[in-house]
Design a protein around this ligand. Structure first.
Ligand code: AMP
Length: 283
């Protein structure tokens, strides 16, 4: 595995691979790898010839009051894990490489970013995501890019950018990888002390309770939401949001649609955690 720092080096490596008719897979990450990240790398390894993983804690998607300065970073451990997964290139640029002096362009996706994490964290968050992902696509020119369903809204925003800007890349969304007790894996789980770690299990339990009601035939969004809310309340968690929305458009729903996103964000201890389930009408 090669660790590359500059855009020019990545372009050169990709150019050589494409000259051999290799397909290129990209996994964009902010590092502090866990099994969720590794599942994306494995999928890319299976499906594409040249696997590029980007490791960049993107400053523009953090608000000033968020955890940019304390975000977990361990490039050495990350490099070892990526190498074990058969990754070909770890692209770990500096902020100055990605945002040189005078950088002035911003990609804003309207509508989809007004709700859930866009409302909770502010518009800058998905602007930062959309802009850096577009840059990564232009640098790496992947045939396929892999994202986690853990960040369901991010997947929708990226798909929108790809369609709207005619980017020539296929987006694959991969299932949420969980701890044995159901907690969705996240780099931010390291912020949880023992009590908060236990409390955090309520997020997925809440989603499970709502899902069970839905799978039993309930279609009323308020009733389904209440089942989840009850579990959170009993665990002492006050969510930033707990909402059912159409899984494609993110429009609010009064009754569940063909695919309904049930998404939650909550502060648990010092960590801000998110999780979601997609409720399917056929299930
Ligand atoms: P991050 O480093 O947190 O920005 O995540 C990089 C990619 O890994 C994103 O596409 C995330 O959605 C994905 N990811 C993070 N956690 C998980 C998880 N528990 N299961 C599956 N994918 C994940």
């Amino acid at each position: 595995m090669r660790i590359l720092r500059t855009i020019a080096e990545v372009r050169e490596a990709v150019r050589e691979a494409k000259a051999q008719n290799s397909t290129v897979g990209l996994v964009p990450t902010m590092g502090a790898f866990h099994q969720g990240h590794l599942s994306l790398m494995r999928r890319a390894r299976q499906e594409t010839d040249l696997v590029v993983v980007s490791l960049f804690v993107n400053p523009t998607q953090f608000a000033p009051n968020e955890d940019l300065s304390t975000y977990p970073r361990d490039e050495e451990a990350d490099a070892r894990m990526a190498e074990q997964e058969g990754v070909d290139i770890l692209f770990a640029p500096t902020p100055a490489e990605i945002y040189p002096d005078g950088f002035a362009t911003n990609i804003h996706v309207a509508g989809l970013t007004d709700v859930l994490d866009g409302a909770s964290r502010g518009a800058h968050h998905f602007d930062g995501v959309a802009t850096v992902v577009t840059k990564l696509f232009n640098i790496v020119r992947p045939d396929v890019a892999y994202f986690g369903q853990k960040d369901a809204q991010q997947v929708l925003v990226v798909r929108r950018v790809v369609r709207d800007l005619d980017l020539d890349v296929r987006i694959e969304a991969c299932p949420i990888v969980r701890e044995p007790d159901g907690l969705a894996m996240s780099s931010r789980n390291v912020y949880l002390d023992a009590d908060a770690r236990q409390q955090a299990t309520a997020l997925n339990r809440a989603l499970d309770a709502a899902q069970a009601l839905h799978d039993g035939g309930e279609r009323d969004a308020d009733s389904i939401r209440s089942a989840a809310q009850k579990v959170l309340r009993e665990a002492g968690i006050h969510p930033e949001y707990l909402e059912l929305r159409d899984a494609e458009t993110l429009e609010p729903v009064a009754r569940t649609t063909r695919e309904t996103l049930l998404a939650v964000a909550a502060r648990v201890g010092t960590a801000r955690l998110i999780d979601n389930h997609v409720l399917k009408a056929s299930s």
